[in-house]
Ligand binder design. Sequence first.
Ligand code: PEP
Ligand code: MN
Length: 361
Amino acid sequence: MSRQNLETLRIQIDELNLEILRLINERAEIVNEIGKIKEKQGVNRYDPLRERHMLNLLKDNNKGPLNQMTVDYIFKQIFTTSLKQLEESKKKELLVSRKKKSEDTVININGEQVGAGAPTFVFGPCSVESYEQVAAVAESIKAKGLKMIRGGAFKPRTSPYDFQGLGVEGLKILKQVSKEYGLSVVTEIVTPAHIEEALDYIDVIQIGARNMQNFELLKAVGETKKPVLLKRGLAATIDEFIHAAEYIMSKGNENIMLCERGIRTYEKATRNTLDISAVPILKQETHLPVFVDVTHSTGRRDLLLPCAKAAIAIGADGVMAEVHPDPSVALSDSQQQMDIPQFDQFYSEIQQFMKQYELKA
Ligand code: PEP
Ligand code: MN
């Protein structure tokens, strides 16, 4: 008898659950309607006075057995979840998001197809110091059949007394070398005021880590058509990094490459901590090519090769590293740049690695 009674009660509970389900969905539909009206009127969805009124109405009518705290709790949940759902459905997908565009973005830089499968290599000195210095590196890059060179003409340095770069003179050196050796130039721009002039000299605008959230600079490069290499900020989360790229794309420039260059952590063994898992996360979350800068992330020559291998193995679209003909007298980052023989060794080991694992070279 009691068993049958339990069954009957359970059937009643099931029916009540279904009834509650039907009612909360019906309620959600009405909330949607209200949302549309409020949107037209341009008023805020959440109205605390209205919510207070609803809770008071429930309190006045609550005959138990549930106490008022429980009733408030349950209804607060219903109120907030339906509002949240409404906001979710309205949330704008970012332009850089994989949800917005499922295919990989491939960027053509004078014939180099960045993001098309084979990794792109960007080598070059930290700073442009002289024509001879850049040309020496360019020769070695060209000899490897590579197509890009980096070098800073405007250097964002920790101290204002450190070498600040050759400025426009540096851009001219890069342009001359680029013509002579058939290489595309990647160089950092630090202020919107320099963009226009720089456009004639360079092929890729680099936005450095220190400027990742310089929103006026991001918007200004977004207004050009030049490919942009956006470096992750020193202490930027992946979400902040993605939104920085969105600033550029929101202005119409879709040619964006992301570059993981290490983040600041408590670890002192390396200059920064290479966040290698950022690569597949960025590839999942966005449709943009992702680079790894093994020089600034590690600050150690002995780690350049293993980290470059890791970057390629995990799916990076490109690797950046610094090369200087005589690093010990370099005007910036003298500790971490490779000299030319080290560069030759580095590149040949990378190629061997790609062959060994049948990675697209
Ligand atoms: C650079 O690549 O020249 C540079 C300064 O790197 P970051 O902005 O990543 O520190
Ligand atoms: Mn450097």
